[in-house]
Design a protein around this ligand. Structure first.
Ligand SMILES: [Zn+2]
Length: 103
């Protein structure tokens, strides 16, 4: 089990403020923890949501969406914020099984 990283209210405020620009790698550097732990912190605090059975079910009602063109097929269909590929491309690339490929 990875070590538990204490997250203060100040940390959460920083994360929320920068949620749209920071990457999981930034967060792992900030907390000096591994990428996987950083994802858990982001997910647990509803800052950034990740797909996959590994993480608890996301709460769709407060999920932020965006229309950024898919990095694969350029589809602008709305999808969860921070998801760079549309569902079709994700399925094709089997990206759900590659959490560390998330940028
Ligand atoms: Zn696509």
């Amino acid at each position: 089990m990875p070590k538990r990283v204490p997250v203060t209210n100040q940390d959460l405020a920083w994360l929320r403020q920068n949620a749209s620009t920071i990457t999981v790698k930034d967060v792992s550097a900030y907390f000096n923890c591994c990428v996987d732990t950083a994802k858990r912190i982001l997910h647990r605090n509803d800052i950034i949501h990740f797909d996959g059975a590994k993480y608890e079910k996301r709460r769709d009602h407060d999920l932020k969406m965006w229309n950024r063109p898919c990095m694969g097929c350029k589809s602008t269909e709305s999808r969860p914020k921070n998801q760079y590929f549309c569902d079709v491309c994700r399925e094709r690339n089997d990206m759900d099984n590659d959490h560390d490929g998330w940028v």
